[in-house]
Design a protein around this ligand. Structure first.
Ligand SMILES: Nc1ncnc2c1ncn2[C@@H]1O[C@H](COP(=O)(O)OP(=O)(O)O)[C@@H](O)[C@H]1O
Ligand SMILES: [Mg+2]
Length: 354
């Protein structure tokens, strides 16, 4: 039942991906936010360049739309090498991997998206490639089987995943840099929106200097800390403003445009509200297992875990306890609902899942 969500952090379609590419920063300096990660990366980048070595393998995890792919492009560019993009599900057989790896030039970056979805067999082949830049292959089979070790050029693997928990221990331990990309702060999102607006030739000062700034600020508070959503909402507002508001960019225009899209003041959309309502109406605020919520909504549990829950957890609306998902008092207030007394008596909210 995957339906279109305006606030989905996944790319909507090819046109949007194309558009995103034009807004995608291409240097570390243009990359907004994530200061700690950028500092770590730029130190390592400088050091390995001085030593003429490839970049260490990097693992980036975090919700979709936060700039993992963008960062892989930037790292390759900073290294002055090529980027090869592939993904866990695309590398089905070990031969797919051999083909990809042997084409890499010295210092190249191999970006493996959804790396948690690599099959166990392919993973086994990847370990020596990552560690010793070699790959062991078997030619023929049965009696004539021959083992061959192919040397590879030193390369850098950048893995991205929305589910760090599903990554195997041995895989994880082979990365020199492991970083959790976090939701962006409102000021960072505002910087990002200003940058995007100027790349889109939007005139922020069309009416007066403050209204454009206020409009962007309002968008920054409704994009769930996610750059991809920020850019998408900005485009919707631009369209609306052009068609319905004489190209004006102001607070009221943002409100109208986003209302039309079903995005509320917190940036929550239809699916988020349905999720919260199910917890409230069917399960009295929880605790309840994710599978049960997914079944009630007719949604895939993985989708809920990847795209709905991270932000609800972030804004403190949801608690993941050992007994299941539970609404917090804050969420109850927002939903105009009184949690059954047991919630506040028990220590459930602080008894978080490990
Ligand atoms: N730090 C950032 N600064 C500016 N724009 C960003 C940043 N991170 C992401 N974006 C924008 O958001 C879009 C989605 O980012 P992407 O790297 O595809 O996310 P992910 O791979 O994590 O799903 C990019 O095309 C880019 O326009
Ligand atoms: Mg990506």
């Amino acid at each position: 039942m995957a339906k279109h969500r305006i606030i989905s952090a996944e790319p909507e379609n090819e046109t949007e991906e194309h558009f995103n590419q034009s807004l995608r920063p291409t240097t570390l300096d243009d990359y907004v936010g994530q200061r700690k990660l950028l500092e770590k990366l730029s130190i390592t980048l400088t050091a390995v360049k001085q030593r003429n070595e490839p970049m260490e393998h990097v693992l980036l995890h975090g919700p979709p739309g936060l700039g993992k792919t963008t960062l892989a492009h930037i790292i390759a560019k900073e290294m002055g090498t090529h980027l090869t993009v592939t993904s866990g599900p695309a590398l089905v057989r070990p031969t797919d991997l051999v083909g990809t790896l042997t084409k890499l030039q010295s210092g190249d970056v191999l970006f493996v998206d959804e790396i948690h979805r690599l099959s166990a067999v392919v993973e086994e082949y990847l370990y020596p490639a990552m560690e010793d830049f070699k790959i062991d292959i078997t030619l023929d089979s049965g009696l004539h089987a021959k083992n061959l070790t192919l040397p590879l050029k030193p390369f850098c693997l950048i893995g991205a995943t929305t589910r760090a928990g599903l990554l195997s221990g041995p895989m994880r331990s082979r990365f020199g840099i492991v970083h959790n990309i976090e939701f962006y702060s409102d000021p960072d999102l505002l910087t990002l929106l200003r940058r995007s607006a100027s790349l889109m030739d939007m005139d922020l000062n069309q009416n007066n200097a403050t209204s454009g700034a206020e409009a962007l600020k309002a968008i920054s508070k409704r994009c769930r800390g996610t750059p991809r959503i920020a850019n998408r909402l900005l485009r919707r507002v631009r369209d609306y403003s052009q068609v319905r508001a004489d190209n004006r960019l102001a607070l009221d225009v943002v409100h109208q445009a986003l209302k039309l899209e079903g995005v509320d003041d917190l940036g929550l959309d239809e699916l988020d509200r349905k999720y919260l309502n199910v917890l409230r109406d069917i399960y009295q605020g929880g605790p309840v297992g994710l599978e049960a919520i997914a079944a009630t909504l007719g949604e895939d549990a993985g989708t809920l875990e990847d795209v709905v829950e991270p932000y609800l957890l972030q804004i403190g609306f949801l608690a993941r306890t050992r007994k299941g998902r539970q609404l917090t008092p804050q969420a109850a207030t927002h939903l105009g609902f009184t949690l059954p007394a047991r919630h506040t008596q028990e220590n459930d909210l602080f008894d978080t899942e490990t």
